[in-house]
Design a protein around this ligand. Structure first.
Ligand code: NAD
Ligand code: UGA
Length: 434
């Protein structure tokens, strides 16, 4: 079975590499020649733990190839996955489906009879049916199957998530589509991974509802943290205890500076927009979107207020990526917080173990540092925004000695009393007394 993966970004690359690892012949297509040239040279284009080794091995063994030639790849493929971006449309927050439609038109022109077309990108309900109709109009003579197969991997643990998912969701409209999915996911199936075979519409709604629910959970605990701060509570104790109730679950209850990334922000906006459009208001998620936006502003305000109080002029920001173990900075809280600090007259020195290259073109007038210690050198305030492991073991006495001021804002609750002992730092975390 030959697989074509259209779009070789975070999802396309990880999925393509993993399908090759399952033993299939995979061709990854991207219209960006720079990405393809780098991948052909064996260079991984995204930072994702464990991906290098799998990519190099499968490419060497001839199961994985990279190209910019969509038509010739599709013409030869049995299963065609679409993993192109579905970003937010400016203004209304709806998902911009232009890349999906463009890919669908190119696939329609080149596909062979009985091809199975699988949308892996996150798309709003109704998109698979629309794309199916669009392709059928373009090629009424050619039979094909349409499948919706949303992806649930997380950046930073994408390979592990793909190879060991909690479940695989496939929306189908015919038996051939379902059979093809059973075949491509057979290695997981053999490991007893549940496969939910459902309708195209259900699969689309499942993906958005899952992301919306998780974003809501994070937003909920962030507001609990606010209450803990006012009432003298400890959000970590509260989260631990409520999480022990299986109906609630312990994951996604870490308070922080607000959720970011390439998915939660755009997907919650798109989900809310779909609700408005379909006259089924998703009021909880509308609130989640605005509470999260407000949270990023209020986190910047905390630091600005402390700078005013202490006369600090510069801030060392540790962590730009929206979470650890990724170089992705899309909608990272740092992209709102840093410009707000600069607008208030504060200068910013920054460090991130992987995201500097991406951040340099987006954030301006920042002094980029090679290490966390270099960043804090001379800073009035240190602000930890991403919980990279490398920051957990920082020697806070050394940090304090290097800084010109004494303020440490730890917006990820990384440090504890022991870490701070003897450092002389004035420590502020999120939703807990220490
Ligand atoms: P991305 O922006 O990293 O990659 C998309 C790639 O598609 C780009 O490299 C682009 O050049 C390429 N592309 C666009 N149109 C093309 C075309 N016609 N032919 C060939 N290549 C084309 O996007 P991503 O983060 O991988 O996300 C892709 C989709 O998967 C989105 O819908 C996203 O919501 C969803 N998703 C993402 C994640 C994640 O962790 N990033 C997880 C689950 C689902
Ligand atoms: C998220 C989902 O977890 C994946 O299942 C989904 O496939 C993906 O979106 C997607 O659709 O693209 P991802 O964006 O990689 O994955 O990262 P998460 O680990 O979910 O974190 C998202 C944001 O929430 C980050 O900014 C993170 O710091 C924040 N977060 C997460 C918290 O603040 N607290 C938590 O307890 C968990």
């Amino acid at each position: 079975m030959k697989i074509a993966m259209i779009g070789t970004g975070y999802v396309g690359l990880v999925s393509g590499v993993c399908f090759a690892e399952f033993g299939f012949q995979v061709t990854c297509v991207d219209k960006n020649p720079v990405i393809i040239d780098r991948l052909r040279a064996g260079e991984v284009t995204i930072y994702e733990p464990g991906l290098d080794e799998l990519l190099v091995r499968n490419a060497r063994d001839g199961r994985l190839t990279f190209t910019t030639e969509l038509a010739e790849t599709v013409a030869d493929a049995d299963v065609i996955f679409v993993a192109v971006g579905t970003p937010s449309r400016r203004g209304d927050g709806e998902a911009d489906l232009q890349y999906i439609h463009a890919a669908a038109d190119e696939i329609a022109a080149a596909m062979k009879p009985n091809a199975v077309i699988v949308i892996k990108s996150t798309v709003v309900v109704g998109t698979n049916a629309d794309v199916r109709a669009r392709i059928a109009r373009a090629r009424p003579d050619v039979p094909f199957s349409m499948v919706s197969n949303p992806e649930f991997l997380r950046e930073g643990s994408a390979v592990e998530d793909f190879l060991r998912p909690d479940r695989v969701v496939v929306g189908v409209h015919d038996d051939a589509g379902a059979a093809a999915m059973k075949r491509v996911y057979r290695p997981l199936y053999l490991r007893e991974t549940p496969m939910i075979v459902t309708t195209l519409e259900n699969a689309e709604i499942i993906k958005y509802a899952a992301n919306a629910f998780l974003a809501m959970k994070v937003t909920f605990i962030n507001e609990v943290a606010d209450l803990c701060e006012k009432a003298g509570g400890n959000v970590q104790d509260v989260a631990r205890a409520i999480g022990m109730d299986n109906r609630i679950g312990s994951k996604f209850l870490h308070a922080g500076p607000g959720f970011g990334g390439s998915c939660f922000p755009k997907d919650t906006r798109a989900y809310a927009a779909t609700g408005r459009k379909m006259d089924a208001p998703q009021t909880l998620i509308e609130q989640v979107v605005s509470v999260n936006e407000q949270r990023k502003r209020s986190m910047a305000e905390r630091v600005i207020e402390a700078a005013r109080r202490t006369g600090a002029k510069s801030v060392a920001v540790l962590g730009i990526a929206f979470k650890p173990n990724t170089d992705d900075i899309r909608e990272s809280p740092a992209l709102d917080i840093i410009p707000a600090l600069q607008k208030a007259g504060l200068s910013v020195r920054a460090h991130d173990p992987e995201a500097r290259e991406a951040a340099e073109s987006v954030l301006h007038d920042v002094t980029w540092c090679k290490s966390a210690y270099e960043a804090v050198d001379g800073a009035g305030i240190t602000l930890l925004l991403t919980e990279w492991n490398a920051y957990r073991a920082l020697d806070l006495k050394r940090v304090s000695t290097l800084m010109s001021g004494r303020l440490l804002f730890d917006l990820r609750n990384v440090f504890n009393a022991q870490d701070l002992e003897g450092s002389g730092l004035e420590y502020h975390s999120v939703g807990r007394p220490l």
